[in-house]
Design a protein around this ligand. Structure first.
Ligand code: ZN
Length: 229
């Protein structure tokens, strides 16, 4: 059976299902036509808070050679990411990945990457949530960019959420929290590290460091949204 990729739009069964369970815009909840390719209405699509820059240097995140953010982490984007994380809406992750890919396409200076590596969750957290949103975003992005995806990183211990930590805690919280399962997978490769949100950049930095120490040659990072402009 041919695979229905994100870029093909919904197949027959998906359209039929949508007659019973109408697809809604992930940002405003408007019901969409059953032929809609992505779960976003035209109005929201036109007014998304785009970050509007390509891959750029991120001096505050050592180990990362370039950072791409599709949107600013505010309002509608913040709410959609929150819904994806806490209300179990992997479909939202697919839509956000598509929008991220679309934004990336507006900037021609996208680096050549050999591998996509999603930022991992601790195993226990993933079991309770049921999925890792960065993993879903990474998989979808890999399909659209035609880059293989490797879940090369492991989160070795549970850490307090960065958003609930003090500044001092944030700096030490993530030390040695990530490691590469098999360094031969990343050695000498150019990596695109994928996560949902960059706030301080500490998580991306800790992941990038583990990848670099395992021998990765270049590490670029891409997030759906970046906090603070
Ligand atoms: Zn909408």
């Amino acid at each position: 059976m041919p695979r229905t990729g994100l870029l093909d739009g919904p197949g027959f069964w998906e359209r039929l299902l949508r007659l019973l369970y109408p697809e809604k815009c992930v940002f405003c909840g408007t019901i969409l036509p059953e032929t809609a390719k992505i779960s976003t209405c035209k109005v929201c699509h036109a007014t998304l808070p785009r970050y509007g820059r390509g891959f750029e240097r991120a001096p505050h995140i050592p180990w990362v050679n370039g950072l791409f953010a599709a949107f600013v982490y505010e309002d509608m984007v913040e709410q959609a990411i929150h819904a994806m994380k806490f209300f179990g809406r992997p479909r939202t992750a697919h839509t956000l990945a598509f929008l991220m890919w679309e934004e990336m396409g507006r900037h021609p200076m996208t680096p050549d990457c050999d591998l996509i590596v999603p930022v991992p969750m601790h195993r226990r957290k993933q079991l309770s949530r049921g999925y890792n949103q960065s993993g879903i975003i990474g998989q979808a992005l890999g399909e659209m960019l035609d880059i293989p995806v490797e879940h090369a990183l492991i989160k070795t211990r549970h850490t307090k959420p960065q958003s609930l930590s003090t500044r001092e805690e944030r700096l030490t919280n993530l030390e040695d929290a990530f490691r590469v399962a098999d360094p031969t997978v990343v050695a000498g490769r150019s990596i695109l590290l994928v996560d949902d949100v960059a706030t301080t950049g500490a998580t991306l930095g800790a992941c990038a460091r583990a990848l670099r120490e395992a021998g990765a040659s270049w590490i670029f990072a891409a997030v759906i949204a970046i906090a603070g402009k």
